[in-house]
Design a protein around this ligand. Sequence first.
Ligand code: SF4
Length: 295
Amino acid sequence: MEVPESIYPLIENACRDLYIKSLKEIPPDVVEAIRRAAATETLEVAKRIFSHYLQSIDLGREQKMIVCQDTGIPIYWVKIGGNLRLDGAKLDDAIVRGTERATREHPLRSSIVSPLRRENRQTNCGERIPIIHYEFQRDSDVLDILFMPKGSGSENMSFMKMLVPADGVNGIKRFVLEMVVGAGPKPCPPTIVGIGIGGSSDLCMTLAKKATTRPLGSRNSDSEMAALELELLDAINQTGIGPQGLGGNTTALAVHIESAWTHITCNPVAVNMQCWRAERRRARIHADGRVEEGF
Ligand code: SF4
């Protein structure tokens, strides 16, 4: 299906809106998980922190205020419907322009700098930023764009290790727990712990990040992986790190695993944490110009 030229300005506007709105409205599944954690918390200090989180969430939604000052690294997960005939370069340009416009028009803090000179263009864009991941969806007429502004506190707590097959599943569990405990309060817990297992080193890390974008409550479709998610969630919540690392029953809201097959002599594992605000927002763009918003 050929898409009209008018789709590209539509994509640009959608990406601008995704960035701005994602910073102000926390996804309902995350809000629900925080409410549940707050209700079951027994430690006074943890209860107080959860109550601040919930106040920030309400202020963001009702007063259209940014929930946390960090505008993050702009990351887009784009799924292109297999029936759509899109110009990839124009799609790329529209996403970049939408990111720049969100930053200038709101205006948002520009969190993006060059790695050595620390130059800031004040657009939240730069070399290879925004980060755009492309996938394709068979038999679909929809362009699905999921946006996440990845905060640095949690992004700095990213870890990857090339274990060997002899380390087995126990090696994976040990690595995940060591990284979570070592990170302590730095990723602004309670977190969503994304775990990548398998692939190559780069794919493994991407899978760990992708895992954090899954809605809370979803489980890996493989029963063994799903059981490992639950086992690790339980173990992480027994560490007592708690919200902001000040102690409590909830250190992670969820553990999500994404996996890929790997080399016979490899056993890669990666951990990518998402902080409590877990911002993400989705736009589903149809060829006829309809845009559906969601999470
Ligand atoms: S890690 Fe998340 S909650 Fe903490 S400062 Fe960064 S964006 Fe905000």
